[in-house]
Design a protein around this ligand. Structure first.
Ligand code: NI
Length: 176
C-alpha cells in the first residue's frame, strides 16, 4: 500500500457520509496501521478515514497525547448516544492546515463503537477525549470544525479556506 496522503479542505470526499465498516479483516488492520503512522508524522491527535480518502466509519486517536499510559486506538462505527454540558476549546484539523478556532461542543458524551476485532464498547468520556472524538465523528458525517463556528468568523477565514481548496484542487489533478 502506498503512503497515505491527508486530503485537504475542498476535496469532496471530506463531505461524504462515511459507510459503516462491516468486515474486520487484514485490510482494515493495515489501514489503521497506516493511519496511525500518518497521524504520528503529522503530529495529529486524531485522524478520520475520510481524511485519507477512505470514506468509511473509522477513526484513530492518539491516546498517548491525552494520558501517559495511552496508545493509538482505533474506533470503528462510532456513534454518539448522549451529549451533555458545553465547553469551548480551540480546534485544528490536519485537513485544514494553519487554521485554529474556538469551537463550542458538549462537554460529556457517551459513545458506542467497535474495536478492530469487532467487539462492541460503550463509554462515557469528557474533556479532551470527548472533544477529539466529536471532531473525528463529525468527519464521518462530512462535517468540518469550520462548519461549527459563527458565520462572521468563517467570513474572516474565507480567503485562507479558498487558498487551501485551490491547492487541494491542484493536488487532485496531479493524482488523476
Ligand atoms: Ni479534523
Amino acid at each position: 500500500m502506498s503512503k497515505l496522503r491527508v486530503i485537504k479542505y475542498g476535496n469532496p470526499i471530506l463531505r461524504l457520509k462515511a459507510k459503516k465498516v462491516e468486515v474486520h479483516d487484514d485490510n482494515i488492520k493495515q489501514l489503521i496501521k497506516n493511519m496511525v503512522e500518518v497521524m504520528g508524522e503529522e503530529e495529529g491527535i486524531g485522524l478520520a478515514a475520510p481524511q485519507v480518502a477512505e470514506s468509511i466509519a473509522l477513526l484513530v486517536i492518539d491516546h498517548s497525547l491525552i494520558d501517559e499510559e495511552g496508545e493509538p486506538t482505533a474506533y470503528l462505527n462510532p456513534e454518539i448516544l448522549t451529549a451533555e454540558g458545553e465547553s469551548e476549546m480551540e480546534e485544528g484539523c490536519l485537513s485544514i492546515p494553519d487554521i485554529r478556532e474556538e469551537v463550542k461542543r458538549p462537554e460529556t458524551i457517551t459513545v458506542k463503537y467497535q474495536n478492530v476485532e469487532g467487539q462492541l464498547f460503550e463509554k462515557q468520556v469528557d474533556g479532551l477525549l470527548a472533544r477529539v472524538l466529536q471532531h473525528e465523528i463529525d468527519h464521518l458525517n462530512g462535517v468540518l470544525f469550520v462548519d461549527r463556528i459563527s458565520s462572521m468568523k468563517k467570513q474572516l477565514l474565507k480567503k485562507k479556506l479558498k487558498s487551501i481548496a485551490a491547492e487541494e484542487k491542484e493536488q487532485m489533478s496531479q493524482m488523476a
